[in-house]
Design a protein around this ligand. Structure first.
Ligand code: NAP
Length: 275
């Protein structure tokens, strides 16, 4: 059986083994998918050990996404832009590094939430691994404007600088002001910070939400509830990160197996099992 796993620290909470086992069942693929807790200073060794055991690929989660490109022999363009990989595929000596987070978020917003991104004003809050992964695919979805706002503003400025050429090609206005200087309202607000994970409040003022805006937190489960309540109380449509989780997994499954699994069905099943 082909072996895959998710590597992270912490990793106990990960739903990825369940999601990939279900994808495999529904597509008739023979594979096993586990999870491995990796010491904070032992990421490269853990990947090598998994490869040596015959592993065919892995997902990479917090806090190793920025370390994974160094282990790849080639990167997809979206991983190059993000400078972070959440997916590695092993083919003999070849190690492909990819980032499926952004496609996962865009697929979830468009296909599962049924909301178009084209022509919209988007606020992306955060400039860590998750924000780096989603900015490129968000630009490619053709919004009118994307504002990236982060607690540490220079990180947001770096991110927008790196994506400047892509934004120009897609005619998307891209900027990175200080959070305190944010103005106007947005059709879509994406919280890609770890604020919900740490129990901190929502890092931007509610006045930035256009009535009926989509307010999406990449976190899911009980930790996302504070953000969801905030969105609902301010007239926005709340969405958590569960759909993105399933959609980024579906894209990784496609990279590994060449087959797109029925992600909407698996998302519905996962949501039902969690409530
Ligand atoms: P990361 O690389 O550690 O980045 C953390 C980001 O959050 C940085 O921008 C940081 O700002 C900001 N931040 C942290 N605490 C904050 C606070 N109290 N107030 C305001 N900003 C704060 O983490 P990450 O990998 O980007 O992950 C971010 C979130 O996305 C996590 O909750 C993670 O679970 C989620 N995620 C979900 C999926 C999914 O499939 N649903 C996929 C990937 C990630 P500074 O730069 O100022 O430190």
């Amino acid at each position: 059986m082909d072996k895959y796993c998710v590597l992270g620290n912490p990793v106990e909470h990960s739903r990825s083994p369940w999601i990939h086992a279900r994808f495999a069942q529904l597509t008739g693929q023979l594979l096993e998918y586990g999870k491995r807790l990796v010491p904070l200073d032992g990421f490269a060794e853990a990947v090598e050990a998994f490869r040596a055991e015959g592993g065919r690929g892995c997902n990479v989660t917090v806090p190793f996404k920025f370390q994974s490109p160094a282990l790849a022999t080639r990167l997809t363009p979206r991983a190059q832009l993000a400078q972070a990989c959440n997916t590695l595929r092993f083919d003999g000596a070849d190690v492909l590094g990819d980032n499926t987070d952004g496609v996962g978020l865009v697929d979830d917003i468009r296909a599962n939430a049924g909301i178009d991104i084209a022509g919209r004003n988007v606020l992306l809050v955060g400039a860590g691994g998750a924000a780096a992964g989603v900015l490129g695919p968000l630009i490619e979805a053709g919004p009118h404007r994307i504002v990236v706002a982060n607690r540490t503003q220079p990180r947001a400025a770096d991110l927008t600088r790196r994506h400047g050429e892509l934004a120009r090609r897609h005619r998307v206005e891209l900027s990175a002001p200080e959070i305190a200087l944010l103005q106007g309202t947005f059709d879509i607000i994406i919280n890609a910070t770890a604020s919900s994970m740490s129990g901190a409040g929502v890092p931007v003022p509610a006045g930035l939400l256009k009535p009926g805006a989509l307010a999406c937190d990449l976190m899911y489960g009980p930790a996302a509830q504070g953000f969801m309540t905030w969105a609902r109380e301010h007239g926005a449509l709340p969405r958590d990160g569960l759909g993105m989780l399933v959609e980024q997994a579906a894209e990784a499954f496609l990279v590994w197996r060449g087959i797109r699994p029925p992600s909407a069905q698996v998302l519905a099943e996962l949501r039902a099992s969690l409530t």
